[in-house]
Every structure is written in C-alpha cells, then in structure tokens.
Design a protein. Structure first.
Length: 289
C-alpha cells in the first residue's frame, strides 16, 4: 500500500513539474508564422530549461488571438497594425513607433498581454498583380488600379476580405469594387495570380513569391495600410512564471529585416525546405544558438 502511494505521488509530482515547465507557442496559417514559431521555440529551448509545445497553422488572426486570451497558448508573433485595428478595433496610425506604443499599452491594460520588442520587419499588406499585366495597363499605384477594377478579378485570403484594414476598408478609401472577389487559402493566391486565374491579390510584403513569380507591388499612394511590425506577444501570467522569456525573446529584436524575412519565406515556399530547418539555420547563422 505504501509503495503504491509513493509511486502515485511521484507520478503526480512529475506531471505537475512537466506542466509548469512547459509553454505553448502558436502560429497563424501561413509560412512566415510557421518559421517564427520554430525560431522562438528553438531559441527558448536553447536558452532556458523550458519545454516548448508548438501549435503552428492554427488558423487566422482571430482564432490565434482567442487561443492566447483563453490560455490555450502562451505566446505567438503578432503584427502591430493587426493588433491595433483588427483585434482592438482602434483607428489606423501610420507612424510605426506610435502604433507599437499604443498597441503595447492597450494590450496590457485591456488583455493583460505583453508586447515584447519588434523583430525588425514590416510585413504590410500589399495589392499585387502580374508585372507584365500591370505594365500593359499602365498601373503603378492603387489609384491607377481603380478604373480597371470592374474588369479585373481579385483573389484574396478570406481574412483580408473581412478585415477593416483589408478589402472592407481599402475599397472605401480608394473608391473601387472588384467584379467578383474570390476568397482563397493563403497558400494558393500567389500561384493563382501567376497563372492568370486571378488578376490582383493581397500579398504580404515579405513574401518571397512576389519577385519569384514576377509580381508587381502596387504603391499604396493614399497610405491606407498601417505598419505591421512583427513582435512576440505573451500572456502576462506566463511572463510572471517565466520572467526569463522576455530577455530571451528580446534577443531577436531588430534581427530580421524585410529582406531577410522574405528570403526565409522563399526557402520554404519556393525551395520547399522545412520551416523547422530554416528557423534553426537562421538562428545558427545569427549566433543565437
């Protein structure tokens, strides 16, 4: 009887210890987020005694944000403009520093979630199209696009179509309406544009498929899109339990510019490398692990 009880207690103690020593990192449903999940995972496991569970490709912004607030995740990488407009419902700010400071304060005050230091790159939305088609139609800016939208097809992610800082907002600011916007999976839009199945797509500025597929980013001449600087965001209660996470994750601050992030994305999307491998190679190249 005593032996059985001892074994049971040891088992319970071990389980509790494992749970308290584990954190969960999530990611949205596109390549860049997948890479960031593994960059953060590998860095944390290299610099602390914590064990990291990952939940990549969970879904769109709202799904991942809700998982963080519910405590199903401890942290993930979010974008300043997305947090400010899409999650908090605040008006757009065009100044990157002001956007970061405001979203940081409001998340802490309203959600008890902490924004750590930005990683360095601005993954803003763009409207992009095939370069040859844009040149043929004389389209350089989104304003140039307006008169052509009745004859063009937009292929966009479902999230972009529903966001105020996406299609809902931009069509009001620029005064256009595509004939039949098509909601698509994020992984399909670029190839669909390249292959002529759609004419215009919402593309991330740091996506390596833009140059590889000979797409042209249209200048946002009315400055509609806010800054979208990426940063790790973490539950305050997680940070209280594991305060070392702030210093560890802030080691990534300023390490990834737009060009570098686009190159990492291209390794996965175009060279078909595994996101885990790409993340680890980058961390080693930076001397972080």
């Amino acid at each position: 009887m005593i032996v059985i009880l001892s074994v049971s207690l040891i088992g319970c103690s071990s389980t509790t210890s494992d749970k308290s020593n584990k954190i969960v990192i999530g990611g949205k449903n596109f390549t860049e987020q997948d890479i960031l999940v593994y960059i953060m995972k590998d860095l944390i496991e290299a610099k602390t005694d914590l064990k990291v569970e990952v939940k990549p490709f969970l879904g769109g912004t709202n799904i991942v944000a809700q998982a963080l607030e519910a405590g199903d995740l401890d942290l993930y990488a979010e974008y300043t403009g997305t947090g400010l407009m899409n999650i908090l419902g605040e008006p757009v700010l065009n100044d990157p520093e002001a956007t970061y400071e405001k979203v940081k304060k409001l998340y802490k005050d309203k959600k008890n979630i902490v924004w750590l230091k930005p990683l360095g790159f601005n993954n803003t939305y763009t409207l992009s199209m095939r370069a040859d088609q844009a040149n043929q139609l004389g389209i350089e800016t989104i304003s140039d696009l307006v008169k052509h939208t009745p004859n063009l097809t937009l292929g966009a992610t479902h999230e972009f179509l529903e966001r105020d800082d996406g299609y809902k907002g931009i069509k009001k600011v620029y005064g256009f309406e595509f004939r039949s916007p098509k909601g698509m999976d994020p992984g399909l839009t670029y190839a669909a544009c390249r292959d002529g199945k759609v004419d215009v797509i919402d593309a991330f500025a740091t996506d390596g498929r833009i140059p590889a597929f000979q797409l042209k980013v249209l200048k946002d001449d009315k400055n509609f899109f806010p800054p979208y600087y990426a940063a790790p965001i973490i539950r305050a209660d997680t940070l209280e339990k594991h305060p070392q996470l702030a210093d560890v994750l802030n080691m990534l601050s300023g390490k990834l510019d737009d060009k570098q992030m686009a190159a990492l994305n291209a390794k996965v999307d175009l060279e078909k490398k595994d996101a885990k491998e790409v993340a680890r190679e980058w961390l080693k190249a930076q001397g972080l692990i």
